[in-house]
Design a protein around this ligand. Structure first.
Ligand SMILES: Nc1ncnc2c1ncn2[C@@H]1O[C@H](COP(=O)(O)OP(=O)(O)OP(=O)(O)O)[C@@H](O)[C@H]1O
Length: 783
């Protein structure tokens, strides 16, 4: 009921109290439950060993001891689970007490009375189980807030659309349970709040944007009609933010069927991984799986080969740039990242169904367990229509059987007897426990010397062969490298697989290079994905994550079309959300495709949506205008700043590196004094970062926190971070100080996007320092 005598503010404050009261009631209940569960858990932990019968006197007693430990552990795990649920509820309620909602809309569905809806980070249901005090921001009706101004409005529900009229749209800033601001708005999402949010200092971790999601971002967050979403967005336009909100949205909408570990996000680097890892927990959701493409390569190939990573490749290419070698390598990098090569490998795989896969002989010392020829024969004896998966799995089983038989065949061999005699007491016991665990000796009594020695010998033989068995289990009997190299050993073979029957320019060079590197177990970065594709396909994309339902790729412009196509094959059932900015395509492998070609063609047009985000929210208007000037004019047309005023970027000439570091030291001190909490000193390469950090450290006073961020760093520290451009991808700083943007360092066309990427990391302050001549890409309009 509207009370005429009260102002809207008074009314809202009263209502806030009612909600807070509800929250605190729930909180009382949940904390009581939590206390109880905690007591349970602590009790069980303390009494764990008291309730376990410990007896190691003979094998049947050991079995009972084992069972009782397992039972006790199960009870504990169950209590711990319910403790976790209660503690998550308390955590959520604590946040709700701080700020239960951020918006209100009044909406009258056609032909009905207006309803008042409050929107917050999580929903709040009254004790009656019917009154919705607050709706979750992800509820269908909440979409109205993000998509519409007051007036005719509609929102989607699973089976259609609901039309009506929005009569009021109000925003709140509530902190610590206090109403700080409140205002009605006619904008889609009020500029004032967004202004306030964007003017804040940056943090070392990313924040969620629930209260200020913009309409075009909301589309990305909620779209479920398409299986492939490809988003081209200007630097700072909220691609990563939208991706994370989308994950939170999907987890909420499909909470019965989707879990966080069925979602995987490919991140550009470890620093970025740490940077975004707080957003989902903050929204009350578990983190999705996250990995870098480099980690994927390392996991698949890194143990057996020395694999060059993308950063090393980039630095090598820079070092040999302009030489004949450099040109040839660059051509090879581009080709091996192309769709043409993907098709070639795909066609090659088809041929391999008939024959041609290389295998490795299984050997223990000089004893052959199964020869490569035998394995090949077995592999190809299975119907081609069954595909590689069935064949590989079948051969795997057969080889494991072979290994078992081989163990039996060795039982009376001298080497084994000798080895068994050397086993010490501790190992005997361990062997005994191991066998128990693996289900050995069920009801038997362990009383016979002879039996014991047989078992020991078997155990020794199993241990000896274990690395081979493990290799078999992970399909290493398939020699993927030899199979891959074969493609570069025969012109007719390559030509017959190539989609247009042609060999790429520079094939001879690639062929020599393959011999030189792959033959020595060194893998160039450009060969890593093709090799991974080939080997995973030959294994039938086995353990590969058929269970993954959503794949997110951030900084997608850095992936080659080959890598895009590979990921699609690797996660065959997944929907994909791909976000990137072609203006930040800094790697040779993706330059050909303009950064995006590979992605948009992955699925049929009717299930693909290609979207654009054009407003840059990160940087001030001055910085956005400046950074647009770095790009070619045609690349800068779709970038517009959000209206937030700041200082003009500065171009600062310096005589040499010493002077540069002196000037930078003074500026760092001054900026920290002005309250800027995160300052990024960004260099072109990692070695330059090392030099810059050393120079600055020497000059800065001891109490200034300065960190050299390296490839292994996972957390971004407060204070001054010195890091190379490729590690700064995707993250942001209050102030960015660009280390030596001279024409010597950033003079080539390909440096243009790199410089753009570096400068667009700045929220409020951008200083560009250079020695000698300034990079030709820098606009002259700096202060
Ligand atoms: N709707 C929004 N409300 C508040 N802040 C926003 C919004 N959208 C983006 N931002 C802020 O803008 C900054 C840039 O966002 P984000 O990192 O998601 O952009 P991006 O497009 O991934 O950038 P880049 O490609 O440069 O890495 C972040 O600080 C983010 O919080």
């Amino acid at each position: 009921m509207v009370n005429e005598s009260q102002s809207p503010r008074e009314e809202e404050e009263k209502r806030l109290l009612v909600v807070l009261e509800q929250v605190s009631r729930r909180m009382r209940k949940e904390t009581a439950v939590l206390g109880e569960r905690r007591g349970d858990v602590v009790g069980i932990r303390q009494e764990f060993w008291e309730d376990v019968r410990m007896n190691f006197s003979d094998s049947s007693e050991v079995a009972e001891t084992w069972t009782s430990i397992v039972q006790q552990a199960e009870v504990l795990a169950e209590r711990e689970r319910s403790h976790r649920v209660a503690s998550e509820a308390v955590e959520r309620l604590t946040k709700q007490f701080d700020s239960p909602y951020f918006a209100r809309i009044d909406f009258a569905e056609d032909g009905r009375e207006a309803e008042t809806i409050y929107i917050g980070r999580a929903s709040l249901l009254g004790e009656d189980g019917e009154t919705f005090y607050v709706y979750d921001w992800r509820a269908p009706v909440s979409s109205l807030f993000y998509d519409h101004e007051p007036g005719p409005a509609a929102y989607r529900v699973p089976n259609g659309e609901i039309d009506g009229e929005m009569t009021l749209k109000r925003q709140f800033v509530i902190r610590g349970g206090q109403m700080k601001h409140m205002f009605d708005t006619s904008e889609t999402v009020g500029d004032e709040i967004l202004q306030a949010v964007l003017s804040e200092g940056s943090d070392t971790s990313m924040k969620s944007i629930v209260a200020t999601i913009q309409k075009e971002q909301n589309f990305i967050i909620r779209d479920e009609r398409h299986k492939l979403l490809v988003v081209q967005g200007a630097a700072g336009s909220g691609k990563t933010s939208a991706a994370l909100q989308r994950i939170a949205y999907l987890l909420y909408r499909h909470r019965e069927t989707l879990t966080a570990n069925q979602i995987i996000l490919f991140s550009p680097n470890p620093v970025f991984k740490g940077y975004i890892s707080h957003v989902l927990p903050d929204l009350g959701e578990a983190n999705m799986r996250q990995m870098t493409f480099r980690e994927l390569i390392e996991a698949r190939l890194g143990r057996r080969f020395e694999v060059e990573d993308l950063f090393a490749q980039t630095e090598t290419l820079a070092a040999i740039d302009g030489t004949a070698e450099g040109d040839a390598r660059e051509r090879s990098v581009k080709y091996k990242g192309s769709d043409h090569f993907f098709m070639t490998v795909a066609n090659y795989l088809k041929r391999l169904e008939q024959g041609g896969v290389s295998f490795r002989t299984l050997r223990y010392r000089d004893m052959t367990i199964a020869s490569a020829e035998e394995i090949a024969e077995r592999f190809y004896a299975i119907e081609a229509s069954d595909g590689f998966a069935t064949r590989a799995a079948n051969v795997k089983r057969w080889l494991l059987e072979r290994i078992k038989a081989w163990i039996e065949s060795q039982m009376n061999e001298k080497w084994l007897e000798e080895a068994a005699e050397l086993v010490d007491q501790e190992d005997i016991q361990r062997a005994y426990v191991d066998v128990r665990r693996s289900g050995g000796f069920h009801d038997e009594v362990f009383d016979d010397e002879d039996q014991m020695s047989q078992r020991l010998k078997r155990k020794v033989a199993e241990d000896a062969i274990a690395p081979i068995a493990k290799a078999v289990r992970s399909y290493r009997f398939i020699d993927a490298v030899a199979t891959y190299t074969a493609l570069f050993e025969s012109r007719p073979l390559f030509a017959s697989c190539s989609p247009d029957g042609k060999l790429p320019q520079g094939w001879e060079w690639m062929s020599l290079r393959a011999e030189e590197t792959l033959g020595r177990k060194r893998i160039d970065h450009e060969d890593a994905t093709p090799l991974m594709y080939l080997s995973e396909a030959l294994e039938g994309f086995r353990r590969v994550e058929g269970d993954i339902q959503h794949v997110f790729v951030d900084e997608a412009q850095d992936y080659s079309p080959f890598q895009a196509a590979f990921l699609r094959r690797r996660y065959p059932r997944a929907r994909m959300t791909v976000l990137g900015d072609f203006n930040q395509a800094i790697y040779v492998q993706s330059q050909e495709s303009g950064g995006f070609g590979g992605w948009t063609r992955l699925m049929a047009p009717e299930v693909t949506a290609a979207l654009r985000l054009t407003t840059s929210y990160r940087s001030t208007e001055q910085i956005v205008e400046f950074t647009k000037g770095i790009l070619a004019p045609e690349d800068a047309v779709h970038i517009s700043p959000f209206h937030r005023i700041g200082e003009l970027p500065m171009l600062i000439p310096c005589e040499d590196a010493g002077r540069l570091s002196e000037r930078m030291t003074a500026d760092v001190t001054e900026l920290l004094g002005r309250g800027y909490g995160t300052i990024g000193v960004i260099t072109k390469t990692a070695s330059e970062s090392g030099d810059a950090a050393a120079l600055l450290k020497e000059r800065l006073s001891g109490d200034v926190p300065l960190t050299l961020v390296t490839g292994g760093s996972a957390e971004l520290p407060k204070g001054v971070s010195v890091l190379p451009a490729y590690l700064a991808k995707g993250i942001e700083f209050d102030a960015v100080l660009v280390w030596d943007a001279s024409s010597e360092r950033y003079g080539k066309e390909k440096d243009r996007k790199l410089l753009y990427t570096v400068c667009t990391r700045a929220l409020h302050i951008l200083h560009v320092y250079y020695t000698g001549e300034a990079s030709p890409w820098l606009p002259r309009s700096g202060g």
